[in-house]
Design a protein around this ligand. Structure first.
Ligand SMILES: Nc1ncnc2c1ncn2[C@@H]1O[C@H](COP(=O)(O)OP(=O)(O)OP(=O)(O)O)[C@@H](O)[C@H]1O
Length: 585
């Protein structure tokens, strides 16, 4: 089973890319105005290679295509993500990490390479999906080869809005021979098909082929030239809008509100203004704001959640709806105007703004109301009391509702944790039903679940780098660290520092991350040794009072079975909400 891992590759932070560019150009970045719509983009130079700063990427001429035989006609562009340093060229389909790219640049300059650069060997080609795409192309019929009636029947079978023939032509939609799956092409910056968004006839579910790293978007060629893009999450919304006279390029994201892969960002680099219309529930509203942050807030506007998506409320006058879009970025964000949509959304979605409800822990919903982005939860309990087992089930419950999750399991191996979660998802003994393993494993594999590959002691700095990277690249909404003790460090210089003060510093670091990235963080912390007959309290966890204020929710597994006859094991919440004891299932 494929475990999506966040390899602990060194993630060059944006400043390291900027510091390299500054070094080669001795310019002060502060002089470069952030790229704002319509402004000429600043260009600078490294080793003779000129870069311009885009909204989400640094853009340069591709040094790899230059070395690849079949040079394309247009000057192929290399896009370097400003946050992760990942680079990609849509022309020669190479991609890789910033360190590799920089190493080649330096070698280019030093002329050490006598023979042609060996990019093909060093950089992976993200065309590894070409066989999947060829398979789709071979097994499907192009819709615009059918006559009007056949076309109308097919679209009605998929309960999709009827669209004009010209729109069909510009979309190159395909259908499989069994007439059960529609394929909408996802194109990259070079307008090459790099994937498909599919709609299934029986349940209208939409998925992407080959997978969430697909770097393409669905746009109608007939509106491609516009400077403004209107991003929508589903095919149905897209088809309704492309039929309307809207002064924007309609773009359907490859993976809806779930995630916005960094490979997609270059395809949206050309738009000076981006309007996001993601939907009305709190998950969609959170995603809209998260995506706007990723796309560059200065060019993004949001349509407020009170306006229902076109496929829910089709008869809207869309042009006036689009004019109501609120810019995300405000010079003085304290003005109520920029907060108005949030407040209204909270009032309208009061049940959702309380967060995502657990399906397996109804009592927890009563007390915590739900699981909310941007909060910090601490879980503690005696050794062997079931902290990992409980949080594994607690996080699985949220995962199955689409909460992108990153696990940092420093104590037990990822495979053992995955086995526990798979078992909890199955709900029956997999050992005794091995014939059902593949079915459950395939279902589990589609969950938005990522694992850090750290084990044993790790410095908080290295862990934080990986967490920040994952939050950006995989739009993580929930990070779990099991457990904090593994970041307490063993080096001499830390040993003298009081253990609890070190721990408080780690809690403070994750507190700041949770707020900045609007991501929920759950930290498992081992408590101070207490006498068996004593209850654990918040002072069993935190060194100072300040740290105990950092947490929004504190959960304690109290296990009194050993210290008293009718002792029980239960979960106690002692946080901003009143103290309450609930039974651990
Ligand atoms: N609710 C439960 N019902 C039955 N067994 C459980 C339950 N919770 C945990 N266990 C078992 O108890 C053992 C310890 O569980 P777990 O590792 O989750 O505890 P822990 O508190 O995380 O331990 P540690 O403090 O060492 O990290 C495991 O073998 C697990 O399968």
């Amino acid at each position: 089973m494929l475990l999506r891992k966040i390899s602990n590759v060194r993630i060059p932070q944006r400043n390291s890319i900027r510091s390299v560019i500054r070094k080669y150009n001795n310019i002060n970045f502060e002089d470069i105005p952030e790229v704002s719509p319509g402004k000429i983009k600043k260009t600078f130079n490294i080793n003779g290679l000129s870069f311009e700063e885009g909204y989400t990427c640094f853009i340069s001429k591709c040094i790899i295509c230059k070395n690849v035989k079949d040079e394309t006609k247009s000057t192929p562009k290399l896009y370097i993500n400003k946050n992760t340093g990942m680079f990609m060229c849509d022309s020669c389909s190479h991609c890789g990490q910033w360190d590799q790219f920089l190493a080649h640049l330096v070698m280019l300059k030093s002329k050490k390479i006598k023979k042609k650069l060996t990019f093909e060997n060093d950089f992976q080609k993200f065309e590894k999906y070409s066989e999947i795409l060829n398979e789709v192309t071979n097994q499907t019929i192009v819709l615009n080869s059918l006559d009007e009636n056949e076309l109308t029947n097919i679209l009605s079978k998929f309960r999709l809005p009827v669209i004009s023939q010209t729109a069909i032509e510009s979309l190159d939609i395909r259908i499989n021979n069994k007439n059960t799956l529609l394929y909408f092409p996802l194109e990259n910056v070079e307008s090459r098909v790099v994937g498909y968004r599919t709609v299934r006839s029986n349940n209208l579910t939409e998925t992407i082929i080959p997978d969430i790293e697909c770097g393409g978007v669905l746009t109608a060629r007939l509106s491609r030239s516009k400077d403004t893009a209107l991003l929508v999450p589903t095919i149905r919304d897209f088809l309704i809008l492309i039929n309307k006279k809207i002064n924007a390029s309609i773009v359907c994201l490859p993976d809806g509100v779930r995630t916005l892969s960094q490979y997609v960002l270059p395809s949206l680099e050309r738009f000076k203004k981006i309007i996001l219309w993601m939907g009305s529930d709190s998950v969609s509203w959170d995603s809209a704001r998260h995506f706007a942050h990723k796309l560059g807030e200065k060019r993004c506007s949001l349509i407020k959640p009170s306006i229902l998506l076109p496929h829910i409320q089709p008869e809207e006058d869309f042009s006036s709806v689009i004019n109501t879009a609120q810019p995300v970025w405000h010079k003085s964000i304290t003005t109520f105007g920029s907060l108005r949509a949030d407040v209204l959304s909270d009032l309208q979605n009061i049940d959702k703004v309380q967060g995502i409800k657990w399906k397996r822990y109804p009592t927890l919903n009563k007390i915590l109301k739900g699981h909310r982005r941007g909060e910090l939860t601490i879980l503690t309990g005696p050794t062997g009391s079931g902290k990992t087992t409980f949080i594994s089930d607690y996080s699985l419950d949220l995962l199955m509702q689409g909460v992108n999750t990153l696990w940092g399991s420093f104590e037990i191996r990822n495979a053992r944790l995955a086995k526990t979660m798979l078992q909890q998802m199955a709900g029956f003994s997999l050992e005794d039903n091995l014939d059902k393993f593949d079915e459950m494993a395939d279902k589990f594999e589609h969950l938005p679940l990522y694992f850090m590959t750290f084990h044993g002691q790790q410095s908080i700095k290295v862990v934080m780098e990986a967490v920040e990277h994952a939050a950006y690249v995989h739009d993580i909404a929930h990070v779990i660290i099991d457990n904090v003790q593994f970041m307490m460090g063993t080096s001499e210089d830390q040993r003298h520092m009081d253990r609890f003060l070190r721990q408080d510093a780690i809690v403070a670091a994750f507190r700041s991350f949770a707020t900045r990235k609007n991501c929920h963080v759950t930290l498992i912390i081992h408590p101070r040794k207490e006498k068996d007959d004593e209850m654990l309290t918040t002072s069993s966890i935190f060194g100072g009072a300040k740290a105990s204020q950092e947490a929004d929710n504190v959960l304690i597994i109290q296990d009194k079975r050993l210290s008293s006859m009718n002792g029980k094991k239960y979960l106690q919440t002692c946080c901003r909400l009143p103290k309450t004891d609930i039974r651990v299932t």
